[in-house]
Design a protein around this ligand. Sequence first.
Ligand SMILES: *Cc1c(COP(=O)(O)O)cnc(C)c1O
Length: 479
Amino acid sequence: MTESPRRYAIPSVSSILEMPTVRALLADHPREIVLTAIRALLARVRDGELPVGNEPVPSRGGTADAVVSMLPAEVGRLESIPLRRVINATGVVVHTNLGRSPLPAAAIEAIVETAGGYSNLEFDLEKGERSSRSIHVEPRLLALTGAESVHVVNNNAAALMLCLAGLARGREVIVSRGELVEIGGSFRIPDVMAESGARMIEVGTTNRTRISDYERAITPDTALLLKVHRSNFTITGFTGDVSTSELSVLGMARGIPVLEDLGSGAFFRFSDAGISGTPTVRESLAAGADIVTVSGDKLLGGPQAGIIAGRGDLVGPLKKHPLSRALRVDKLCLAALSATLALYEDPRDAARRVPVLRMLTENAQTVRARADRLVRRVKALQRKSSVETVELSMAVVPDMSSPGGGAMPGVEIATACVAITHPALSPHALERLLRTGVPPVVARVAHGRLLLDLRTVAEDELASLAGALHDLRLRPESL
Ligand SMILES: *Cc1c(COP(=O)(O)O)cnc(C)c1O
């Protein structure tokens, strides 16, 4: 039988703010940080994780005292959060909040090589004269995409903004109502369009758009036909879409270029690995898109970048557009992108050495073997430990991972997870303990259990992950 959760009297944020020790804290620390710290501690009280110790504190005042006693440490913790390495045990491969693509080793080496000294970033060593920074990635991108011309900017949002501003400012861009997407944060197609100075002409409906809808909307002022990849959702049921090739037939007949925002845009044939529905950039261009934009750090698996590829007469002028200077990529990005693209020369090499590709294509048995190794490591630490600790129970279970990050909506990949249960803590409490530990481990709660999905955990992270799980048993909150 499980015990019913203990109930604590929860003090209000304002009552805590008025306590003398807190006022003293406010004199030395920003109010926002103190408030965030109070809210975080109260949330833990609510979840039954606080106060520390075995006895619940029955009165409102007692709980407030306990919260206040932990406040300086919590404020200190909040003030010292640097950008740091975390272990992604969510199984979401392209996880935007966790930094999207872990870079290939070759890309990291290229960054290190370039970062510490001067480089031939914009200097032709043969001729001894100034050159363009894009030559470090252009030949490879041209070869991989089959495009006439390419241009690299800061990210895909910048790539789309530049295309719209450079090719359609003050003119009309036709887009389907089913593709007016929000990718997350502040990226919404209508807003990007407005900011670029292009006029958006919506056609069709949310679920169905026909080629005749585009056709009827064309005027002498139409600059582009825009197609946007539905990166993070699917529409099912009574639906209808216009394909890139249909759109291109119309565009060609009327002399209007087709711009396709591919978002995740693959450079690897995922269909060969049994994951269908994700066309490569080359396939989109071959299907008739005149110009496409893609992210560097989604399915490509490289650094944050936006790649514009397409017809020379369209891409060429964008390179000289005034916005291009504001959106340009730095040398570290170019070093990493160039090294990542080099791995794509041999697709089998790419599948092994680009972490995003490796994680997406790894089969469930291989993930399962890693999950077994993790469990063995934790048990070994347990045997060596002299401290009496609570029993964590661990089981390797099948589940599904998701590609994530605006890539392959609706696709799920069979995986293996370590399910963890604790005799006294809820899965959510365990999740929070792992997330706030060292190293931070981000996991997911599903089916009433804490799940660590080993698809996104690298072999060289197993030791520190095992350590974090072992520590969990020793953390005061879990005693
Ligand atoms: C992800 C995405 C973007 C934004 O790309 P960033 O590289 O994050 O700027 C734009 N459009 C689509 C369709 C996307 O999937």
